[in-house]
Structures are given as structure tokens and as C-alpha cells.
Design a protein around this ligand. Structure first.
Ligand code: PLP
Length: 450
């Protein structure tokens, strides 16, 4: 089949041969899939030439925006010099090693090492084993339960989906695996009842202490959570939540794991989400913004506390991926981080576009279908409400979000909907004018729901 024929036929070929992630394939094939052809800056273009403002940075990842020739040049250079070599058996490559150094320079003195993976899911599988090896090496082999949260998202591998708290994922594949248990999420709008957000934050964090006491602290290895729950709906925790979680982890000597796959690399106006909340995690899975999605790469940032035990006491860590530290992916990530540094994107989100976005996003709270519109940095969650005075939800929350999302899409804006929450996570290079455009188009979508 020649290329021209393939292009005009691409929808049919897709329906015949391509199974998409997280998709109802029957419905997708009937409706026809969207084909994205090219992208530039904060915009993507489909195969009909229609232009969209990408309010979702691909999948929370294209932090430096599309079309960065510096990254493609760095990739080409590395491809030509050394397209692949492994980091097993006593070898490394320059990009992998320099990337580990660069990541640690932004993670701060608490961290010393990075273990590379190909994705965020693999990163979660990796720290899972690290946490158990850590306690076993210290003479506590029974300290192995991982506590996670309802509606958390930590990937699609068996361990990642088990750690995640998505019921509809657990139902497929008989998950979670043994040794993973879940507590509630700090979702005040829906679960807070009559409590103030601050009271509810303490109550939600208190569930961790209750679970530890129920299981016995000597059985619990770690607690994992995203600094802000992303795929679960951009659930921004009340101010009391994280300090209480940190206190509990310290009190019972439980490793704190912050999944930085979304919040890392500038999204919250700090290099990492745990820095925004002033947390001291022991392990942090990373991916997405590490390479701005230009090539797949992830990893685990390992604190000195854990690295010291794994490196000096545990012996071989029998874990790794063919593509751990892939030199071309590492070269892309290094160039991506150079751009973030040189263009001061983290500072820009912290001091300029983040506060501007916060104000514009918050302004949507005057709309009658909006219960709450919150953001941190360039990560926004907007709660739709059938009755905002009583916090009553739509009878079918998932349909409400789809109506708004589809209207935005029709009008050239990509946003995500999780049930009755609208999620925004634009590239960190977005301008004030583009933020205005995003919010105006979203307002049109909200009008449509009325
Ligand atoms: N952790 C978080 C917080 C995520 O949002 C995701 C993906 O969205 C993952 C892990 C999994 O990453 P990947 O899809 O690269 O495996």
C-alpha cells in the first residue's frame, strides 16, 4: 500500500488493526477516531487541518510545547553517535549518567540517585520493589504492605494499576495484587459533607493513621500518593492534608512516596510537586515532563536514606529494563531540561502564568454550572454542579463532563473530563493570551451544559 492511499484510508486501517488504550473500541470505530497530524507550540492540527489549543499538553506531558527543534537535533546527534546501549553489566552511557546528575540537582540534597525506566508505570513497579527490598534488608521482611488511595493513578502495569485506586481498572485483571490497600482521597467537594475543607483534610489524612493501626505499623512499607491527584480529577487537597500525612508517615516510620509523574518538572511552579507542599518523600516516580513526551522515559528518584540501604547493604537489585537509561531518550530529556532551565519555565509558572491562570480559571466560578474552580501552577480542576448552592452533582456525572469536553473540542480546545470535573494542564510555555482563549472557550462549553 502506498503512503498516499494509507493516509486517505487511515481511519479504516485504524479500525481494522489498532487497539487504543483506555478506549471502547466498538464505539470508537463507529464514531471514527481523530487523527492528529502535526503540532507547533501549544497547538495541534488534525488531518483536516483543524487547529486545537492543547489545554492538556498531550497527556500531561508536553511541558516545553511542540516543535522544539533543539530536542529533535539532540536526538539526531545521539542517534548517529550511539542509538542504543544498555546500562546493565557495569556499563553506562554519557546521556544516562548526565541526566541522573541533572535530575538530582533539581530534586535537592535529600536525593542522591535515579533509576531509569521507560515509563511512569514501570517507575511505579520499580519503587514498589525498592520499598520492599529496603525494609527486608533492614531486617523487616514483613513490613511490605503499600497503602495507596482511591482514584489515585499510578499506571497500567499490574503493580501500577494495583497501586492506583481506579475501581474500573481493578475489575479487569482481578486487581489489586495482595499487599496493596487503599484509603480515601481528599475530595472535599463531593465527600466533605458539612466539614470545612480544613477539617475534611485532617479527616482524610486520618484514614492513613487508622489503616496503619489496623494493619500494624510493622506491616506497612510505604504510602504512595500524587501531590495532586491528576487522572482522578485534579483533586487539590485541603491545606491541612499533606502536613498531617507527613506527620503520620514519620510517626510510624512508613516510607513516603510521591508520584511526580504529572506534578514533576514545573507543572506546579516548582521543579517537583512535593517541593510545592514542602514534603520530604523517600522515593519519587517520574516520567512525562522529564522528556516533555518527545521520547518515552521515566525513572525513580531515590533518597539518600533508601539509596544507602539499596546500594551499600542489599546487594544486587535484580530489576531493570532493556531501555533503562536509553541514550537517545536521555539525550532528549537532557535537552528538554536545558530548555526548562534556560527559559525559566518553572519560575514563569510560579510568578507569571500560574497566578494568571489561577485568576482566569477561578473566574469561572461565577458560572451557574461551576461548583468550584481550583488550580496550582498550570494544573486546574473544575467541578461541575447541578446545584452549586447545595453541591448537588448531575445525575450522571460522567455525561456532564463529556458535554463540556465535546463542545470545547468542536471549538478548537482540548481539555479532559473526569466524570463531572474538567481538567486542564497546558504546556508550560502557554501565554496569557492563550490562557484567556482557553478559559473563554471553556466558558462556552459550560454555557452549553446549562
Ligand atoms: N503516575 C501518574 C501520576 C500518572 O499520571 C501516570 C500516567 O498518566 C502514570 C503514573 C503512568 O505513566 P505511564 O503512562 O508513562 O506509564
Amino acid at each position: 500500500m502506498n503512503a498516499a492511499h494509507a493516509r486517505s484510508n487511515i481511519g479504516a486501517i485504524d479500525a481494522a488493526h489498532h487497539m487504543h488504550p483506555f478506549s471502547d473500541m466498538k464505539k470508537l470505530n463507529a464514531d471514527g477516531t481523530r487523527i492528529i497530524q502535526r503540532a507547533e507550540g501549544v497547538h495541534i492540527f488534525d488531518n483536516h487541518g483543524k487547529k486545537y489549543l492543547d489545554g492538556f499538553a498531550g497527556l500531561w506531558c508536553v511541558n516545553v510545547g511542540y516543535g522544539r527543534k533543539e530536542i529533535t537535533d539532540a536526538v539526531m546527534r545521539q542517534m548517529n553517535e550511539l542509538p542504543y546501549y544498555n546500562t546493565f553489566f557495569g556499563t553506562t552511557t554519557e546521556p544516562a549518567t548526565l541526566l541522573a546528575e541533572k535530575i538530582i540537582s533539581h530534586a535537592g540534597p535529600r536525593f542522591s540517585h535515579v533509576f531509569f525506566t521507560g515509563s511512569g508505570s514501570e517507575a511505579n513497579d520499580t519503587w514498589f520493589r525498592m520499598a520492599r527490598v529496603y525494609w527486608k534488608t533492614l531486617g523487616h521482611p514483613e513490613k511490605k504492605v503499600i497503602i495507596s488511595r482511591k482514584n489515585g493513578y499510578h499506571g497500567s502495569t499490574v503493580a501500577g494499576a494495583s497501586l492506583g485506586g481506579m475501581k474500573w481498572m481493578h475489575e479487569q485483571g482481578d486487581l489489586p495484587i495482595p499487599g496493596v490497600v487503599h484509603i480515601g482521597q481528599p475530595y472535599w467537594y463531593v465527600e466533605g459533607g458539612d466539614l470545612s475543607p480544613e477539617e475534611f483534610g485532617l479527616r482524610a489524612a486520618g484514614e492513613l493513621e487508622e489503616k496503619i493501626l489496623e494493619l500494624g505499623a510493622d506491616k506497612v512499607a510505604a504510602f504512595v500518593a500524587e501531590p495532586i491527584q491528576g487522572a482522578g480529577g485534579v483533586i487539590i487537597p485541603p491545606s491541612t492534608y499533606w502536613p498531617e500525612i507527613a506527620r503520620i508517615c514519620k510517626k510510624y516510620d512508613i516510607l513516603l512516596v510521591n508520584d511526580e509523574v504529572i506534578c514533576g518538572f514545573g507543572r506546579l511552579g516548582t521543579w517537583f510537586g512535593h517541593q510545592y507542599y514542602g514534603l520530604e518523600p523517600d522515593l519519587c516516580p517520574i516520567a512525562k515532563g522529564l522528556s516533555s513526551g518527545y521520547l518515552p522515559i521515566g525513572g525513580v528518584m531515590v533518597s539518600k536514606r533508601v539509596a544507602d540501604v539499596l546500594i551499600n547493604e542489599a546487594g544486587d537489585f535484580n530489576h531493570g529494563f532493556t531501555y533503562s537509561g536509553h541514550p537517545v531518550c536521555a539525550a532528549a530529556a537532557l535537552e528538554n531540561l536545558r530548555i526548562i532551565e534556560d527559559e525559566k519555565l518553572v519560575e514563569r509558572v510560579r510568578d507569571d502564568t500560574g497566578p494568571y491562570f489561577a485568576k482566569a480559571w477561578k473566574s469561572l466560578e461565577d458560572h451557574e454550572v461551576v461548583g468550584q474552580a481550583e488550580s496550582v501552577g498550570l494544573m486546574g480542576g473544575l467541578q461541575l454542579a447541578a446545584d452549586k448552592t447545595t453541591r448537588r452533582r448531575y445525575a450522571k456525572p460522567e455525561d456532564a463532563g463529556v458535554v463540556v469536553r465535546n463542545h470545547c473540542l468542536k471549538n478548537g480546545l482540548v481539555l479532559r473530563a473526569t466524570n463531572d470535573r474538567m481538567l486542564a494542564s497546558p504546556p508550560l510555555i502557554i501565554t496569557r493570551a492563550e490562557i484567556d482563549e482557553l478559559v473563554t472557550t471553556l466558558r462556552g462549553g459550560l454555557d452549553h451544559l446549562r
